[in-house]
Design a protein around this ligand. Structure first.
Ligand code: SF4
Length: 250
């Protein structure tokens, strides 16, 4: 009987990329790296554009050069499909589903977890999955399924900071780390203000799409995150810009 299949689950953040780099460096078995791309609509990625460009223009070509086979998964459903879908039963029946709920993100479930689960069903049951969890993430390490999920970062004693350095020295550190510490969709309800400000400043086309979604009538909720509408955040940034312009003029 041959060895089981080994796959790395990658987001192209520092921890998953450092895992692939460690696998190559230490000659660990690695058959493929699996990435699931959430889409905003059928043409626009849900990845922050700088990260998306890094994935396709830098990371995938480099990993392929190193002999790593990359599998890209996408759900047929997009953020916009989920947002504009209608509730089919209950008191909110026929309303527009609207923004995903913080902590219970339907995008995570339908656009990320489901395609991965569907793919995993095609793999042999004994497949081993490398997960990018650093040795200093003790609680997450404890949740790994024994034998089926393996952290190479823990095996080689790598902290999150070490993972950062390894990616940086390999030219494989995503530019998103210049303005955020977390990965995730650019429309994420968990996004912090600096991430949203980055989107507002650098990607006005994407910002305008969110404002257009906010304007759709008959939604189950008007709130983008736990407390604010997207248009409230827009108003805050506009006010900040107005105040900065006044200070400059003074
Ligand atoms: S990053 Fe945010 S929006 Fe994207 S799937 Fe995860 S929780 Fe949902």
């Amino acid at each position: 009987m041959g060895r089981p299949k080994f796959i790395a689950s990658v987001s192209f953040g520092k921890d998953s990329l450092a895992t692939v780099l460690l696998a190559k460096e230490h000659d660990e078995p690695l058959d493929e790296a699996v990435y699931c791309e959430v889409m905003f609509d059928k043409d626009i990625s849900g990845e922050v554009p700088e990260h998306r460009d890094f994935i396709y223009d830098t990371a995938i070509p480099k990993l392929e050069e190193m002999g790593v086979r990359i599998i890209v998964l996408r759900s047929a459903k997009t953020y916009v499909d989920l947002f504009t879908g209608r509730v089919t039963r209950g008191p909110k029946k026929s309303m527009v589903r609207s923004f995903p709920i913080c902590g219970r993100c339907a995008v995570q479930r339908d656009c990320k977890v489901r395609p991965i689960q569907r793919y995993q069903k095609t793999l042999p049951p004994e497949t081993v999955k490398y997960i990018g969890i650093a040795r200093d993430e003790t609680e997450r390490l404890l949740r790994l399924e024994n034998g089926r999920q393996v952290s190479l970062l823990a095996k080689y004693n790598f902290t999150e900071q070490d993972a950062w350095q390894l990616c940086d020295s390999a030219g494989l550190l995503s530019p998103v780390y210049a303005f955020t510490g977390r990965g995730g969709c650019w429309f994420c309800p968990n996004a912090k203000m600096p991430e949203l400000r980055h989107l507002y400043d650098h990607h006005p086309d994407l910002w305008a799409r969110m404002l257009a979604l906010q304007a759709i009538p008959g939604k189950t909720t008007e709130k983008f995150n736990r407390t604010q509408k997207f248009s409230d955040i827009d108003a805050v940034f506009r006010q900040e810009d107005g105040e900065a312009a006044l200070r400059q003029a003074a």
